[in-house]
Write a protein that binds this ligand. Structure first.
Ligand code: SF4
Ligand code: SF4
Ligand code: FES
Length: 235
């Protein structure tokens, strides 16, 4: 199949869409398409990928307005005319390459890692089941890119961070109580619009995890029931 592709280029002296036309097999992924454009039509095109298997989370792009993993999404899903852009809510380094550093810095700032005890802790199958979605997050940043609250409030942790944070709250191997610090990430500012859950390529349903985090804060008396929206609107 032949496809017409428009790609938003973002460079120091050039910020505009470039058009390409190329032939692809029906099984080609968006990443195959970008590689072919780079190899045959435009060596200067910048995009990022590593695992090519939906594991590393580095290849997130926006196609016809929808954020997806380039390595795990077939071209034909989008038809024969395709517009490719970098994902939103994050700064662009070049073309489709975005800066994940701010996300990694947030994980460091909020110490999203376990404080394990000295003894081994037995983890039941049901406890493991509960935290598995949090563990499966690949940090692609797609959920943050579609979150309307993140664009309006600097007080909201955002779906990526809150998805990762979830395991610290409910994994018995973590010995430090993280509920107090969760308060500073303000899960109650989530409007439950579901954008993140619809967009997550790993189907982790971040919104549902955030809802549980908000409930935990309420049950522990750290926030009041009515302390929810629309505090995300900053004037
Ligand atoms: S459900 Fe909440 S976290 Fe997810 S995109 Fe909407 S506001 Fe953001
Ligand atoms: S929750 Fe889903 S969309 Fe968000 S960073 Fe993790 S894998 Fe990506
Ligand atoms: S290249 Fe690793 S998730 Fe796409």
């Amino acid at each position: 199949m032949w496809v017409k592709v428009k790609i938003k280029l973002n460079r120091e002296n050039f910020k505009d869409y470039a058009s390409y036309s190329l032939e692809l097999s029906r099984n080609s992924t968006l990443l195959d398409m970008l590689v072919k454009i780079k190899e045959e039509l435009d060596q200067s095109l910048a995009f990022r990928s590593m695992c090519r298997a939906g594991i590393c989370g580095t290849c997130a792009i926006k196609v016809n307005g929808r954020p997806v993993l380039a390595c795990s999404t077939k071209v034909f899903v989008f038809g024969e005319e395709i517009t490719v852009e970098p994902i939103d809510n994050v700064s662009v380094i070049k073309d489709l390459v975005v800066d994940h550093e701010s996300l990694y810095n947030k994980l460091k700032l909020w110490k999203v890692w376990y404080n394990a005890g000295e003894k081994n802790t037995k983890v039941s199958a049901s406890a493991l089941k509960r935290i598995e979605r949090s563990h499966e997050c690949i940090l692609c940043g797609i959920c943050d890119s579609v979150c309307p609250v993140l664009t309006t409030s600097s007080h909201f942790g955002g779906p990526t961070l809150l998805t990762r944070y979830y395991k610290l709250l409910f994994d018995p191997r973590n010995t430090q109580d993280r509920a107090q610090s969760l308060k500073n990430l303000n899960p109650q500012l989530c409007t439950h619009c579901m954008n993140c859950s619809f967009a997550c390529p790993k189907k982790l349903m971040p919104e549902a995890l955030i809802k549980e985090e908000e409930k935990l804060l309420q049950e522990k008396g750290i926030i009041k029931k009515e302390e929810g929206n629309f505090g995300f609107l900053e004037f």
